[in-house]
Design a protein around this ligand. Structure first.
Ligand code: FES
Length: 109
């Protein structure tokens, strides 16, 4: 398995947008917040709702529509309610307008 997998092209994902992508055998949500790209696990740890297709992006917060659990896109941490399970984050790199997803980052303490 390649360490970095291409998932999308930068012109197709403008600021404030997100898409469902797949890499490393996982469903991920790819987001553009302020022209920075983030990749997080797509499924809400509460009840598995697909945040890429059903969640909403409010600034740098990703909100699950079911019970309004809210995650900081930059860290994956749950901020509403605070604490609790986080979304797994993945490394990202951009090469020649190609967004590539790398290995998961260590979980935050
Ligand atoms: S399924 Fe996401 S908050 Fe309940």
């Amino acid at each position: 398995m390649a360490e970095y997998e291409p998932v999308f092209r930068t012109p197709e994902l403008g600021p404030g947008n997100m898409r469902e992508v797949h890499a490393h055998g996982e469903d991920l949500v790819l987001l553009n917040v302020g022209q920075t790209y983030y990749a997080l696990s797509a499924h809400c740890p509460n009840d598995g709702t697909n945040l890429a297709t059903e969640g909403r992006l409010e600034g740098d917060l990703l909100v699950c529509p079911n019970d309004e659990w809210t995650f900081d896109v930059r860290t994956g941490q749950r901020v509403r309610p605070p604490g609790g399970p986080a979304l797994r984050r993945y490394t990202i790199r951009v090469e020649e307008n190609e967004i590539q997803v790398g290995p998961p980052l260590p979980r935050a303490a």
